[in-house]
Design a protein around this ligand. Structure first.
Ligand SMILES: C[S@@+](CC[C@H](N)C(=O)[O-])C[C@H]1O[C@@H](n2cnc3c(N)ncnc32)[C@H](O)[C@@H]1O
Length: 202
């Protein structure tokens, strides 16, 4: 069974989420730097997988990258399309990207894997592995923790992951971890990001 995010929960909160978090002004400067650097090394099309309000897709487009956004929640796709005209956003699942095998240069999964139950995380990772060309890279942003653990995310339950445990899942689905970053700020949930490169064989 393919487990998807609770679209109803995000549909209800999409407007509020977009207004609070759907702009680059709401992005942490370190994340902006990390994503910009990652994208500058990508060769080929980038999919913003689980794009939400679409601000990252728009940012990547403005930086000159061929980027498009995909999300499962219709309200986000509509919001992104209206807010960032000229940028491509489509309704779709991380479990089944509309992309040919080995066709993408990069995939940004910025806090979009956080709702997958741990035993199903390989479903989107395998799909990313299929869609990326060898040498293509995946950039994952997520909440970090000492163990894999569910927590009460504001919209719908989510999971925190140790970097090495998510790294092992990436390794098992055809990726080499090339970079990882953890940021701990007092009073906030620790966050992490991993860049992983698609191994050669498809
Ligand atoms: C925490 S939000 C992050 C949104 C955006 N990437 C950002 O940085 O603001 C998680 C997003 O992932 C999307 N998402 C979660 N699971 C998904 C799936 N299986 N297929 C497509 N989108 C998904 C949600 O609809 C939501 O827009």
């Amino acid at each position: 069974m393919v487990v998807e995010v609770s679209t109803a929960a995000y549909s209800r909160r999409a407007r509020e989420y977009s207004e609070v978090l759907g702009s680059m002004a709401a992005v942490h400067p370190s994340d902006l730097q990390l994503v910009s650097k990652w994208a500058s090394d990508v060769d080929g099309e980038i999919v913003d997988a689980g794009c939400g309000p679409g601000h990252w897709t728009n940012f990547l487009t403005e930086q000159g990258h061929a980027a498009r956004g995909v999300d499962l929640v219709p309200e986000f796709v509509t919001y992104a399309t209206n807010t960032f005209p000229g940028v491509s956003y489509t309704l779709g699942s991380l479990a089944s990207l509309a992309a040919g095998t080995g066709s993408l240069g990069g995939i940004l999964a910025w806090y979009s894997l956080i709702h997958y139950e741990p035993e199903t995380i390989r479903i989107p990772l395998q799909e990313f592995s299929r869609a990326l060309k060898p040498g293509g890279t995946l950039f994952v942003g997520f909440f970090e923790g000492q163990t894999v653990e569910e927590f009460a995310h504001a919209v719908t339950p989510a999971y925190r992951w140790p970097v090495d445990v998510l790294g092992a899942e990436l390794d098992a689905t055809g990726f080499d971890v090339v970079e990882s970053h953890v940021r701990k700020t007092a009073g906030q949930r620790p966050v992490a990001a991993i860049v992983a490169r698609r191994r050669d064989a498809h």
